[in-house]
Design a protein around this ligand. Structure first.
Ligand code: SAH
Length: 212
């Protein structure tokens, strides 16, 4: 595909996969329009960059389906001032979307290879407000906490307690919770120190692998 074809595929993605399914936040749509997803997918799946599904990346991991990226981002209700923690950097695509909509993004990945590639892509695209770390994201990033928002892009049975602890009062944690094959996307708000949960959608993520 050439640039014009990517552009057409992206416009179709915005219309058919996002707007039609209820992604209405103009800022989220603008970010999904701006970030070149083709730069984050592997060479083998280049032509499917805007397809309606997750795609394989290195280390047996996946870049999430565009709709799921948009849905999770919309659920974070970003105004532009927030400090956001992402667990599961993967390709760096979700981090780029967050970088467009928040003040600062911290992102943790367990595979050094993915983190390094994501750092290179984000830097080549000019993102200066993303800080990457290799490590176990279930433990959060205590030094940089509290966070206004936390997004976990890998599936767990329950949310890691350290993440809820590092979430600021009034903050939102978005995470897929459930079994190995099937999960529900949850938005968990910290209200008076307690979790208030809203279920968003069924989903399927690679597992969150950690110590907690
Ligand atoms: N947000 C990514 C999608 C990532 S897939 C993107 O936009 O491309 C989930 C990622 O979470 C994988 O890369 C996986 O290696 C990572 N992961 C799984 N468990 C983790 C953990 N405990 N800490 C950090 N990263 C983890």
């Amino acid at each position: 595909m050439d640039q014009a074809e990517f552009q057409t595929a992206k416009q179709q993605m915005l219309r058919k996969q996002l707007r039609r399914r209820g992604i209405h936040d103009p800022k989220v749509l603008a970010a999904m329009n701006k970030v070149p997803r083709e730069r984050f997918v592997s060479r083998q799946t280049h032509n499917e960059a805007y397809a309606d599904r997750a795609l394989a990346i290195d280390c047996g991991q996946t870049i999430s389906q565009p709709y799921i990226v948009a849905l999770m981002t919309q659920a974070l209700e970003l105004s532009g001032k927030e400090i956001v923690l992402e667990v599961g950097t993967g390709s760096g695509y979700q981090a780029a979307i967050l970088a467009e909509l928040a003040r600062e993004v911290f992102t943790i990945e367990r595979y050094a290879k993915l983190s390094k590639q994501a750092a290179a892509t984000l830097s080549a695209l000019g993102y200066r407000n993303v800080t990457l770390m290799v490590g176990d994201g279930t433990l959060g990033w205590a030094d940089r906490s509290p966070f206004d928002r936390i997004i976990v892009t890998a599936a767990a049975a329950e949310y890691p307690p350290a993440l809820f602890k590092q979430l600021d009062e009034g903050g939102i944690l978005v995470i897929p919770l459930g079994g190995r094959d099937y999960q529900t996307l949850q938005a968990i708000r910290k209200a008076a120190g307690r979790p208030r949960t809203v279920s968003l959608s069924a989903c399927r993520f690679v597992p969150l692998v950690g110590n907690c």
